[in-house]
Design a protein around this ligand. Structure first.
Ligand SMILES: NC(=O)c1ccc[n+]([C@@H]2O[C@H](COP(=O)([O-])OP(=O)(O)OC[C@H]3O[C@@H](n4cnc5c(N)ncnc54)[C@H](O)[C@@H]3O)[C@@H](O)[C@H]2O)c1
Length: 306
């Protein structure tokens, strides 16, 4: 497939604006569409912020790109070679929009879904050309995390996988091809970590603050430089075997979500968006933390890419 010139991002919530900014930066004429006029308006600011971050990152850049905000789906899909769907995580909604896409685009247009875990095989069932439907799972924030999971469904063709990998490389990101599995690879690993973290906090082994310090400066910092498989080789497989033989049996295997988390949800403590969750936040602190974290992620990514 020739290099993508026109693309559409459908759904302009948390993920859409950053994805749009990344595509526009590498020379793609990109349309960002949402059913909600309010979301589309908010997306303008979010996309601008993402573009500023990409500038600070000195991210790969090509001429000719643009980002426009469309409230008409057919105008957004006009002449596009690649569509990235980022609407809420509901199968019926994904089915509805994929049907709409097929009615508006050419049979060759690649239809990618940013779903966090709905099997692509289930999404593509409603499509006349399921071979061009593929999973393209960006990590949040999409303009900062340079890794994208590429997941073919049972009926996805190699052409769609190749085109997606090519687009991922073009924006300067790393594609990771996976087989379909619930949650895909990134979230399975994250949720395995979170389950153990919450178990340790729930049992009072460590405080939330202590746990965050331990993970950020222990495995977090290290894993950004040395992957788990590389870490095994570095530590020695015999060491892993010796420790894993007694430790694996002791790790949490609970199939339930932590009771502490469920209790906090009942209390309406959902995290930053309600002013508190595990920790408490004032609006000023939230703003400061967001800016600080974005700046640190930029600095760390630059250091890792150097
Ligand atoms: N938020 C994350 O961290 C994250 C990370 C990776 C993947 N994802 C996945 O990306 C997708 C989008 O997630 P999000 O967090 O951006 O959701 P969101 O709820 O923030 O945004 C979704 C947007 O889609 C719009 N929308 C609803 N119906 C629509 C329709 N028929 N056509 C066009 N737009 C429509 C909504 O108005 C909303 O603005 C989901 O599948 C989610 O699982 C999310």
């Amino acid at each position: 497939m020739a290099a993508v010139r026109r693309a559409a991002v459908i759904g302009a919530g948390t993920m859409g604006p950053g994805i749009g900014a990344v595509l526009a930066r590498v020379g793609i004429e990109t349309a960002l569409y949402d059913v909600s006029a309010e979301a589309l308006e908010r997306a303008k600011g979010a996309a601008e912020l993402a573009a500023t971050v990409l500038e600070r990152l000195e991210a790969a850049q090509e001429d000719g790109g643009s980002l426009r905000f469309e409230s008409d789906l057919n105008a957004a899909l006009d002449g596009v070679e690649f569509v990235i769907e980022a609407v809420p995580e509901k199968l019926e909604l994904k089915h509805e929009v994929f049907r709409q896409f097929e009615a508006a685009v050419s049979p060759e247009t690649i239809l990618a879904s940013n779903t966090s875990g709905i099997p692509i095989t289930n999404i593509q069932t409603v499509c006349k050309h399921p071979e061009r439907v593929v999973g393209m799972h960006w990590s949040n924030p999409p303009h900062l995390i340079p890794m994208i999971e590429v997941i073919p469904g049972e009926r996805t063709g190699q052409g769609a996988v190749d085109a997606t990998n090519e687009l991922v490389r073009r924006v300067g990101y790393h594609p990771v091809q996976e087989k379909e599995v619930p949650g895909f690879v990134e979230n399975r690993i994250l949720y395995a970590i979170l389950r153990e973290c919450l178990d340790l906090v729930d049992r009072g082994i460590v405080s939330p603050e202590g746990l965050d310090l331990n993970v950020r400066w222990g495995i977090g910092y290290k894993l950004a430089v040395i992957g788990p498989m590389e870490l095994l080789d570095m530590a020695g497989l015999d060491i892993y075997n010796a420790v894993g033989s007694y430790l694996n049996k002791d790790l949490s295997t609970s199939g339930e979500v932590s009771a502490t988390i469920r209790k906090k949800i009942e209390q309406g403590r959902l995290g930053m968006k309600t002013g508190g969750g595990i920790y408490d936040y004032t609006p000023e602190q939230i703003e400061e933390l967001r800016a600080q974290r974005a700046a640190k992620l930029v600095a760390v990514r630059k250091a890792l890419e150097a």
